[in-house]
Design a protein around this ligand. Sequence first.
Ligand code: AMP
Length: 350
Amino acid sequence: MALAGYPIGLRLRFYDHAADAPAAQVAECTVGNFDDQEALRRFAERLDVVTYEFENVPAPAAHDLAARVPCFLPPPQALEVAQDRLAQKSFFKALGVPTPAFLPVNSIDDLQRGLESTGFPAILKTRRWGYDGKGQAIVRKAEEVTDAWNTLKGSMVILESFVQFERELSLIAARGRKGETAFYPLTENHHRNGILRWSIAPANDVSTDLQQLAESYARKVFSALNYAGVLTIEFFMAKGELLANEMATRVHNSGHWTIEGAATSQFENHLRAVCGFPLGSTEACGCSAMVNFIGTVPDPAAVLQMAGVHLHLYGKQPRPGRKLGHATLCASRSEDLADPLQALQKLASG
Ligand code: AMP
């Protein structure tokens, strides 16, 4: 976000609980927890706009900041909906956006009853604080019910039917302050253990109808929330239909390819949107493949010797399962990406 903001004339200040936050390498950073009133006050001083790229900003901190600065976007209400999987799925349902079958679960009896309607397999997820596959348990058969419940009990949970999807797609959408919209072409995403491993964009074999269907769902979300900024909706494609799995009221990992693979990156468009600037073109420039570096980072020189590669290392301390960087390959034809993508995946897996 910092790297996208400076060239368009913005001055940026970041807020993070850790002094070694990636953004602190390139921009002013206020360090504090989200309940640190004094640090939040210092952070907000003289800011025109506050935005976020982390969905777990506690609602009280969001409301506190929104009251201190002229503009806080996307609206705190959008953040609150996105923070709770039950609120989010109920919101989609109310808007007529299809989702996997879901129901709240508060006890093992609820879970047993819920499984009668979802059937097996099903997936149990914590309503809050879950990301990158954390806080989830798949229930494949009756014998696994108690274990799944014991893993997640103590948190508020939601039960979902397990979708046998053909593929996963995400839509990165932007809406400006005056209500103008722009949509990137759908991205195809590949997860393992709940973590995004790699993406291809534009996704192959996407009809105009499918793209427009996804956009129509994003428009509904935009209007209902009086939204400004980038919004991501992750879909399962099953039997040719789109089921909304999740939305993020922020820039998204599956949109990292837009840095080099689109006319305007998701980061620049997010900043344009929240600052009231015109949105930039979301057109893809050829085809892109993005690979995440998770837990370990490959030798930069080995990555950089690949033709058409763009390397991004975030400067984070390595930890198992942590996203530490990514690389994007760009080519004019998708078939030219297959071999280098395989080579890059090999490097990424160490
Ligand atoms: P989430 O945290 O909800 O984005 O889930 C992470 C990943 O787990 C998804 O991208 C899917 O690959 C898988 N997953 C989550 N929910 C379901 C579901 N209801 N059916 C099938 N796979 C799922």
